[in-house]
Design a protein around this ligand. Structure first.
Ligand code: NDP
Length: 253
C-alpha cells in the first residue's frame, strides 16, 4: 500500500498531540517517506519540533507546520486561501482536532464549554470540509477522514455536549458520504473508544491526576492504534471505502 500513499499531500488538524500526531508519523512511515504533511494545531512551536523530527527521520518527507485554530471560522478561510506553495494540492484531509471540556451534567454545564466544544468539534470540522470539498471535486478525488467517537453512538452521563458533538459529526459525515457516493471522493469515519492521549487532561481542565485515574486498572488504546486504522483506510484501492469503523480497547465492550 506504500505506493498508494506515495506523492500524496495530507492535511491533519490537531497534529500537535495524540491521534493527529501519531497519524502524521505513520503517513510518513507507511508511504516510505514519500508524503507531504500539512500539520495544523494551535501550538505551532510543538508542530515545529514535530517537523524537525519527521524530516530528520524521513528525509524525503516535507512537513508544513501551520497554526490553525479550527474554532475560529475566519482562520479556516484564510488558512485554505493562503496555503503555501507545495502544500496547496491536498489529497487527504484528516479532521482530527477535537476536545472535551468538563464533566458536568445538564443544568450545570458552562455555556463557554458548550460553545468551545461545538465550535471545535463540529463547526470547525464542517467549515474546513466546506473549503476542501470544492478542491476535491475539481480534482475528481480525495479522502476525508473524520474523527468521531464511541461517544457519538453511546452517550453517557456527564458527556451531553461532547456526545452531541460527535453524534453531529456522524450525521454530517454520513450525509456527505451519500452526497459523494459514486465519486472518487471517499468519506471515512473512525470512531475511537478510550485512547490515552492529552484528551482526558483537557477534559479535567488540566488536572493530570484526575486524567490518570480514568486509565487506572484498564488498558486503553494508544494513539498509534487509531493512526493505523486511518492510514489503512486511506491506503485502500480507490474504489474501496472503509466507511465507518469503531475501535475500542477490549475492556470497553
Ligand atoms: P489530544 O488532546 O491528545 O489532541 C487533540 C488535538 O486537537 C491537539 O493536537 C490539539 O492541538 C488539537 N486541538 C484542540 N482544540 C483545537 C482547536 N480549537 N484548533 C485546532 N486544534 C485544536 O486528543 P486526541 O488525540 O485523543 O483526540 C483527537 C480526536 O480523537 C478528537 O477529535 C477526539 O474527540 C477524538 N477521540 C478521542 C478519544 C480518546 O479517548 N482520546 C476517544 C474518541 C474520540 P492544540 O492544543 O495545539 O491546538
Amino acid at each position: 500500500a506504500a505506493s498508494r500513499l506515495a506523492g500524496k499531500t495530507v492535511l491533519i488538524t490537531g497534529a500537535s498531540s495524540g491521534i493527529g500526531k501519531a497519524t502524521a508519523y505513520l503517513f510518513a512511515e507507511a508511504s516510505g517517506g514519500e508524503v507531504t504533511l500539512v500539520l495544523t494545531a494551535r501550538r505551532v512551536a510543538v508542530l515545529d519540533s514535530i517537523k524537525a523530527d519527521i524530516e530528520a527521520k524521513y528525509p524525503k518527507t516535507k512537513v508544513f507546520p501551520i497554526g490553525l485554530d479550527v474554532s475560529k471560522l475566519a482562520e479556516i478561510d484564510s488558512f485554505v486561501e493562503n496555503l503555501p506553495e507545495g502544500a496547496k494540492d491536498i489529497d487527504v484531509l484528516v479532521n482530527n482536532a477535537g476536545m472535551v471540556h468538563g464533566t458536568e451534567q445538564v443544568g450545570e454545564i458552562l455555556q463557554a464549554d458548550i460553545d468551545i466544544m461545538f465550535q471545535t468539534n463540529v463547526f470547525g470540522l464542517i467549515a474546513l470540509t466546506q473549503k476542501i470539498i470544492p478542491i476535491f471535486k475539481a480534482k475528481g478525488k480525495g479522502d476525508i477522514v473524520n474523527l468521531g467517537s464511541i461517544a457519538g453512538r453511546e452517550p453517557y452521563p456527564g458527556g451531553a455536549i461532547y456526545c452531541a458533538t460527535k453524534a453531529a459529526v456522524k450525521s454530517f459525515t454520513e450525509t456527505l458520504r451519500k452526497e459523494l457516493i459514486a465519486t472518487r471522493i471517499r468519506i471515512i469515519e473512525v470512531d475511537p473508544g478510550q485512547v490515552e492521549t492529552e484528551f482526558s487532561v483537557v477534559r479535567f481542565r488540566g488536572d493530570k491526576s484526575k486524567a490518570d485515574a480514568v486509565y487506572k486498572g484498564v488498558e486503553p488504546l494508544i494513539a498509534e492504534d487509531i493512526a493505523e486504522v486511518i492510514v489503512f483506510a486511506v491506503s485502500r484501492r480507490e474504489n474501496t471505502i472503509i466507511a465507518d469503523t469503531l475501535v475500542f480497547p477490549n475492556h470497553q465492550a
